[in-house]
Design a protein. Structure first.
Ligand code: SF4
Ligand code: SF4
Ligand code: SF4
Length: 343
């Protein structure tokens, strides 16, 4: 039990309560999980001078520096102010007093796979878009988790987020450059969604099956396939971990432009503000959506947005997820297993 600590102020300031009574842990945001290496000196200095000498890399791609005395918080807030200026203020995030540390922690670090700065499968620059999103959503204090992934491979696990943003490529075929090798057709059939077929010696793409992974572009030996220069995105929403009812996010929209994604994220916060249960310390947005229903959520998310002609939005929503409880029809106990196996 920690006494004499203003819990709300500590956590809102992005520090955290820990299992050690008089110690706290500094949390550092790294939007998009991509950092100029020179900043690592700061993490090392704080860990060695004020913490227990270790640094934890969080599952959301930020840093946590544990073992810090509560009375060192103000001094460290001052120390990280330059970092906050360079990683937040510089990209347009409104933090009026960086010397007082991070102003909120509710909207978690925006995480992202490495994107097209490194990965050949990526359909866009995930780091740049993560910074755009950071500017849009931080320092909002509602509890929201967002992540970006460069292609439908989903290395960042966008399906475990409140909003997962998945890069889509619109593949375009230059028929005259096609030599009919069918490498794209076979690859899409084996590894993706079987969206390509050969009709009258011509490759055809089924719009309804194509998920915009961009693999056809990568496997074509003659570059007959290319990515349309417009970057498109699929959004999956209201996935979550947690104790109550973990579940995968479900597809909400496809073939959105970046501006449309940003507009939807902007609309998410007024929706939470309108519907959150303020009797709780914090309410996870997925549970708000369960309470209001999909239609209300959809209306808020799309408010005032004129979608591009290619965009598609889910008419209805069916989330997966599981609940606890011992349903004897579903679970075997050790005795019935022993009986059935004769052990
Ligand atoms: S999700 Fe796609 S783009 Fe991102 S790292 Fe994985 S394969 Fe590469
Ligand atoms: S991989 Fe390229 S060349 Fe081969 S069938 Fe497909 S489009 Fe044509
Ligand atoms: S983008 Fe992916 S899903 Fe669409 S046709 Fe190409 S390989 Fe198939």
């Amino acid at each position: 039990m920690i006494r004499d600590i203003n819990r709300k102020k500590v956590t809102k300031n992005a520090w955290r309560l820990t299992s050690s009574r008089n110690k706290t842990c500094l949390r550092i945001r790294v939007p998009g999980g991509h950092l100029d290496a020179r900043h690592l000196d700061l993490m090392k200095h704080i860990a060695q001078q004020f913490g227990n000498g270790t640094v934890h890399l969080t599952t959301r791609q930020g840093f946590e520096i544990p073992g810090i005395d509560f009375n060192a918080m103000a001094q460290i807030n001052e120390l990280i102010s330059e970092y906050i200026k360079e990683t937040e203020q510089k990209i347009g995030v409104q933090i009026p007093t960086p010397r007082e540390g991070y102003p909120s922690a509710g909207t978690r670090n925006i995480s992202a796979c490495i994107g097209n700065r490194v990965c050949p499968f990526a359909n866009y620059d995930t780091t740049s878009m993560a910074l755009e999103i950071e500017k849009t959503v931080y320092p909002n204090d509602f509890h929201v988790k967002l992540a970006l992934t460069g292609c439908p491979n989903d290395c960042i696990k966008a399906h475990m987020q409140d909003i997962g943003i998945i890069g889509q490529a619109l593949p375009e075929l230059e028929s005259q450059a096609c030599i009919g090798c069918e490498a794209c057709v076979k690859n899409c059939r084996k590894k993706v969604t079987n969206a390509l077929t050969v009709v009258d010696h011509k490759v055809e793409r089924d719009n309804r099956r194509c998920i915009g992974c961009g693999e056809c572009v990568l496997v074509c030996p003659t570059q007959a396939w290319s990515r349309n220069p417009v970057k498109y995105f699929r959004l999956v929403i209201m996935g979550r971990t947690g104790k109550k009812n973990p579940r995968l996010a479900a597809p909400f929209a496809e073939w959105l432009t970046q501006d449309e994604v940003i507009a939807i994220l902007k609309n998410l916060y007024p929706y939470i503000d309108r519907h959150i249960d303020r009797s709780l310390v914090k309410e996870h947005v997925g549970y708000i959506a369960d309470r209001t229903g999909y239609k209300e959520l959809r209306n808020w998310l799309l408010k005032g947005i004129k979608l591009n002609p290619r965009a598609r939005i889910a008419k209805t929503m069916q989330w997966s997820g599981y609940e606890y409880g011992y349903d004897t029809d579903r679970w075997d106990c050790s005795q019935t297993i022993a009986e059935s196996t004769g052990e």
